[in-house]
Design a protein around this ligand. Structure first.
Ligand code: NAP
Length: 250
């Protein structure tokens, strides 16, 4: 018996990176996990297999996010496998790294569509499925609180908007006992950072030096914070922004 036994969780972008870490952790805690993916079916299936090998229960579902009707498509896929939800983790996200002067409208719109609009409508359409006493956990970024990487401005702005969504949504869903929180990672060793983080020892050391703890973060570092919020122990935390940057903002 885990602390989440009997509960169902959905993790968007659960096939890879931070999402996979979260999906595996919630699975170990006993939740049945819906592992959402956009295009990488193999990664989602690997995550499902890893959860099952560890004794848990999971299934994969596909929905392209950031396109019209994305939330409805996601929930239709979810409804084919499960009934009712307790924990929703809006983790899927994309970045765009370009100097301010070079960002085009299409890239800007895409970053906001995937990182802000999709979570908004996923929650809107979740409402009938999300059970009272549930959890909504949005994966933000430390960049919403620091100008350390101005080439990621559009991405940081989108995460800032997601944080406002978190704050205000906590008032909307609070009467049903549903908590809503943002968890903000710093630099985490995932595919999205591999092209620069894993190219040299110097890049790795510079990334590690940003954290007060002197190392690069792992998906499990973030997943453990999410697991706390998802558990009964997190019941009195809502509308909050949790710094999971390993002290990169101090
Ligand atoms: P990642 O390794 O690039 O994985 C992204 C995940 O999101 C994948 O599972 C991907 O699905 C899914 N996804 C992306 N765009 C999608 C779309 N349009 N439709 C459907 N699914 C889509 O990213 P990550 O590093 O784990 O980041 C996860 C979250 O943490 C993101 O919200 C990111 O902004 C945030 N974050 C990351 C870091 C970091 O340093 N890594 C730091 C702060 C915040 P597929 O597998 O199907 O491609």
């Amino acid at each position: 018996m885990g602390v989440l036994t009997g509960r169902t969780a959905l993790v968007t972008g659960g096939g890879r990176g931070i999402g996979r870490g979260i999906a595996e952790r919630l699975g170990r805690d006993g939740a049945r996990v819906a592992v959402h993916y956009g295009s990488n079916e193999a990664a989602a299936k690997e995550t499902v297999a890893a959860i099952e090998t560890a004794g848990g229960s999971a299934f994969a579902l596909r929905a392209e996010l950031g396109v019209p009707g994305d939330a409805q498509a996601l929930w239709e896929a979810f409804d084919r496998e499960a009934e009712g939800l307790d924990i929703l983790v809006n983790n899927a996200g994309i970045g765009t790294s370009k100097p301010f002067a070079e960002i085009g409208e299409a890239e800007y719109d895409r970053v906001f569509a995937v990182n802000v609009k999709a979570p908004h409508f996923i929650v809107k359409h979740a409402t009938g499925r999300l059970r009272d006493g549930g959890r909504v956990i949005n994966i933000s970024s430390g960049l919403a609180r620091t100008a350390a990487m101005p080439d990621l401005m559009a991405y940081a702005m989108a995460k800032g908007a997601l944080d406002v969504f978190t704050r205000d949504l906590s008032k909307v869903l609070g009467p049903r006992g549903i908590t809503v929180n943002s968890v903000a990672p710093g630099i985490i060793d995932t595919d999205v950072n591999a092209a620069w983080l894993r190219t040299s020892d110097e890049a790795w050391a510079a990334a590690a030096a940003r954290s007060a703890l002197g190392r690069v973060g792992t998906p499990a570092d973030v997943a453990d914070v999410v697991a706390f919020l998802a558990s009964d122990a997190g019941r009195w935390v809502t509308g909050a922004w949790l710094d999971a940057t390993g002290g990169s903002l101090v």
